[in-house]
Design a protein around this ligand. Structure first.
Ligand code: DAK
Length: 204
């Protein structure tokens, strides 16, 4: 594995862990971090030791979205050409189940990343939002389609065009998360959930 700068990874009891690791920036996603997340997921997908992948964030928040400092000199054309979020499509090719354990801010690219997971377990303080519209752009990593598929066009369009902060309870009501847990139990409950999946018999 190449040296990882912006995420922490480990493997234990069939679970491959990925922790976003820019806590001071609320795990804002820079381009290198995105590449690290995707390549680690692909490595875990190939690794027979790993049965299930658990993705979370160090510090207070899951992720406050794309790194605004990195985007500040971008214009719409260069953003389109860089297309950093195209990498998210590679996550959907990962065959092993991916569980997202999310908390506090799950914004923008962080929300897109969460929606790329197969399961979401959310701390009760979680807020999901697409603030892109307040910056004059649209979610660019498939989140518009993933959210629409999960909750239908009516609510998805409303949330995307208003940047509303969606509380965990509302997310559960609309069925795009699996469960809500107390913040202090997020990892414990997520690991329990991951173990249930990891222990099932399977090929390989
Ligand atoms: N990027 C960089 N730094 C961030 C950040 C971000 N997204 N979010 C927070 N931080 C940093 C803050 O600057 C602050 O740093 P220091 O001042 O301490 O050095 C630190 O994290 C703590 O943040 P706050 O002091 O603001 O913490 P609060 O609890 O008061 O507020 C907040 C938390 C999440 C409400 C607030 O930080 C916030 O509003 N953050 C920005 C959220 C946001 O707008 N995220 C970006 C969404 S847009 C596309 C390409 C890209 C995109 C779309 C399309 N195409 C190619 C089509 C865009 C995607 C997005 O994700």
């Amino acid at each position: 594995m190449n040296a990882l700068q912006f995420i922490e990874t480990s493997i234990a009891e069939g679970i491959g862990y990925i922790f976003l690791n820019r806590p001071k920036q609320l795990n804002a996603l820079n381009r290198k971090m995105v590449r690290e997340i995707v390549s680690t997921m692909e490595e875990f997908d190939r690794d027979p030791q790993v049965k299930v992948i658990l993705l979370s964030g160090n510090g207070k928040a899951f992720s406050a979205g794309a790194d605004i400092d990195e985007m500040v000199n971008d214009d719409p054309i260069s953003m389109e050409l860089t297309n950093q979020f195209a990498d998210w499509d590679r996550i959907s090719l990962v065959k092993k189940p991916v569980i997202g354990a999310v908390k506090s801010f799950v914004f923008g690219g962080g929300f897109e990343l969460a929606l790329s997971c197969d399961f979401l377990i959310a701390a009760s303080d979680t807020q999901f939002s697409f603030p892109e519209v307040t910056l004059g752009v649209m979610p660019g990593a498939g989140g518009t389609q993933r959210l629409t598929k999960l909750v239908g066009k009516t609510k998805a369009l409303e949330w995307i065009l208003t940047a509303e902060r969606i509380k965990a309870k509302t997310a559960l009501q609309y069925g795009f998360i699996n469960k809500i847990v107390a913040p202090e139990l997020l990892m414990e409950e997520s690991i329990d959930f991951a173990r249930k999946i990891a222990m099932q018999p399977r090929w390989q």
